[in-house]
Design a protein around this ligand. Structure first.
Ligand SMILES: NC(=O)N[C@@H](CC(=O)O)C(=O)O
Ligand SMILES: [Zn+2]
Ligand SMILES: [Zn+2]
Length: 432
C-alpha cells in the first residue's frame, strides 16, 4: 500500500511530496506530477498543511483495567489518533496498578489489539503505588512490553530513600523515573486548587507552588547523586522552572514536561466552581503560565505531555471539593500548542515537532517514533492545518468522558491526518 502526500510543508519549512510505501517513508521530494504520484494507491492533497513526525504523548491515563466507564485502551487510542498521536505512554494508576510484567504486557497487548497508536505502558515505581516497596522494575523492563518509564503518577514517590533506590535500579537499563512532584505534607490532604489570593476568596483549600518545587529540587539532586535520569511530570510553577534551569546548566540528567492546560488556563477559571477545571497540579496564576511558556520555548522544559485524565460523570460531577482531579487533553493538545506557542511567536514548527514528538520519544526510549521525515524511517506521521480555526465541542469527542476544559473555546490548528506505520488512522480530521 502506498500513499502520496502531495505538497506538504515539512517542519523546517520545505514544501515537498512525500511517498509512503509499506509502512515506511519511501521518497521525499518526489517532484510534483512525477510518475510516483501515478503509482500511489492513494493521494492526500497536503497543500498548505504541515507534515510532522507522529506526536508522542509521555503522559496519558487510559483507565483500563479498572475504570472502563471513563476510558478504555481502545477509546483512549481513538482520542490519541484524532489528536495526531502515534504513540502514548499509558500511566500505571489503573486498577490493578501496572506494577508487574504481566500487567504491563496486558496493557501493551490491548494497545496492539486496538491498533491505532502504539500504547507503551508506564510501570509503577512502587507496588500498588503505595510508595513503600519497589515494584518489579527489572521484570517489567525485560518483559515483552519493554517498560522504560516508571511512575507512581497520581502520587508522589515521597520517600527519598525509595526514590534513590528506584533511580539506581533503572539506571543500568536506561530507564527513567517520571515524578509527580507534590510533597503531600505541604500540599495537605484536602487541597484542591492553587494556594493564593483566589483560593482565599473562594474558600477552597489551596496548595502552594512550593509543594511541587521542593520535590523537583530534591529529585534533581538525587539524579545528580545517582547519575540516573529523572523526568518531571506536569511542571506547573515558575519556581520549578528555575530549579530545572539550574539543574540543566549543571549537566544533571533531568527532563520535564508541561501540559497544554498549564500553558493556557489559569486559576481565574475556578471562580465558577466548575470541577471541569479541577486538576492536579492545579491551574496556576498568569506569572507561572508565562514562565512555563518561556521554558518550553528555550528548552528548559523538553516536552508537551497531555496528562489526559478522563473521568466518568459519577466521579467528576460533584461539588468542587469532592470531584476527581483531571481533564481531557489528547484531542486538543496540538491546537493548544499551535495557539499558544506558534501563534504566540514562541515556537516554530520545527520546535513543535521537537517538543511533541522527537523529545518525548527520546525521553521514553521509544523506537520508530519522533524520527525525522526522511527516507527509510517508519511512516509515523501527522498532517496539520496550521491555520484552521476550531471551536471545541465536548460532545464531538471520541473519548468516553466529557471533562473537557476546552469546550466552546476557539483555537487555531487542527489535525487533518494521522498515519501509523503508513496506515491512516485519521483522514480529513475524522477517525477511520
Ligand atoms: N492529573 C490529574 O488531575 N489526575 C490524574 C493523576 C495525575 O496526573 O496526577 C488522574 O489519574 O486522574
Ligand atoms: Zn500527576
Ligand atoms: Zn497524570
Amino acid at each position: 500500500m502506498s500513499i502520496l502526500i502531495k505538497g506538504a510543508t515539512l517542519p523546517d519549512g520545505t514544501t515537498t511530496d512525500v511517498l509512503v510505501r509499506d509502512g515506511q517513508i519511501a521518497e521525499v521530494g518526489v517532484s510534483t506530477g512525477s510518475t510516483s504520484s501515478g503509482e500511489a494507491d492513494q493521494t492526500i492533497d497536503a497543500g498548505g498543511l504541515r507534515l510532522l513526525p507522529g506526536l508522542v504523548d509521555l503522559h496519558t491515563h487510559l483507565r483500563e483495567p479498572g475504570r472502563e466507564a471513563a476510558e478504555t485502551v481502545l477509546t483512549g487510542s481513538r482520542a490519541a489518533a484524532v489528536g495526531g498521536y502515534t504513540a502514548v505512554l499509558a500511566m500505571a494508576n489503573t486498577n490493578p496498578v501496572t506494577d508487574t510484567a504481566e500487567a504491563a504486557e496486558r496493557v501493551f497487548d490491548l494497545g496492539r489489539a486496538a491498533g491505532l497508536v502504539d500504547v507503551q505502558p508506564v510501570g509503577a515505581v512502587t507496588k500498588g503505588l503505595a510508595g513503600e516497596e519497589l515494584a518489579e522494575l527489572g521484570l517489567m523492563a525485560r518483559s515483552r512490553a519493554k517498560v522504560r518509564v516508571f511512575s507512581d503518577d497520581g502520587k508522589c514517590v515521597h520517600d527519598p530513600r525509595v526514590m534513590r533506590r528506584a533511580l539506581e535500579y533503572v539506571k543500568p537499563f536506561g530507564g527513567v523515573v517520571s515524578q509527580h512532584s507534590q510533597d503531600p505534607a505541604l500540599a495537605g490532604p484536602t487541597a484542591c486548587c492553587h494556594e493564593g489570593e483566589l483560593s482565599g476568596r473562594l474558600g477552597l483549600p489551596g496548595w502552594p507552588g512550593i509543594a511541587e518545587e521542593v520535590i523537583v529540587a530534591r529529585d534533581v539532586m538525587l539524579a545528580r547523586h545517582t547519575g540516573s535520569r529523572v523526568h518531571v511530570a506536569h511542571v506547573s510553577t515558575a519556581g520549578s522552572v528555575e530549579v530545572l534551569r539550574w539543574a540543566k546548566a549543571q549537566g544533571i540528567d533531568v527532563t520535564a514536561e508541561v501540559t497544554p492546560h498549564h500553558l493556557l488556563l489559569t486559576t481565574e477559571l475556578l471562580s465558577g466552581y466548575d470541577p471541569t477545571f479541577k486538576v492536579n497540579p492545579p491551574l496556576r496564576p498568569d506569572e507561572d503560565v508565562a514562565a512555563l511558556r518561556e521554558a518550553l520555548a528555550d528548552g528548559t522544559i523538553d516536552a508537551v505531555a497531555t496528562d489526559h485524565a478522563p473521568h466518568a460523570r459519577h466521579d467528576k460531577e460533584h461539588s468542587f471539593v469532592d470531584a476527581a482531579f483531571g481533564m481531557l487533553g489528547l484531542e486538543t493538545a496540538l491546537s493548544v500548542v499551535t495557539t499558544v506557542m506558534v501563534e504566540g511567536g514562541l515556537l516554530d514548527w520545527a520546535g513543535v515537532a521537537r517538543v511533541m514528538s522527537a523529545n518525548p520519544a527520546r525521553i521514553a526510549g521509544l523506537e520508530g517514533h519522533g524520527r525525522p521525515i526522511a527516507v527509510g524511517e517508519p511512516a509515523n506521521l501527522t498532517l496539520v492545518d496550521p491555520a484552521a480555526q476550531v471551536v471545541v465541542d465536548r460532545a464531538a469527542s471520541v473519548s468516553l468522558s466529557r471533562n473537557n476544559p476546552w469546550h466552546d473555546r476557539k483555537l487555531t490548528g487542527r489535525v487533518i491526518a494521522t498515519l501509523l506505520r503508513g496506515r491512516p488512522t485519521v483522514l480529513e480530521g475524522a477517525l477511520l
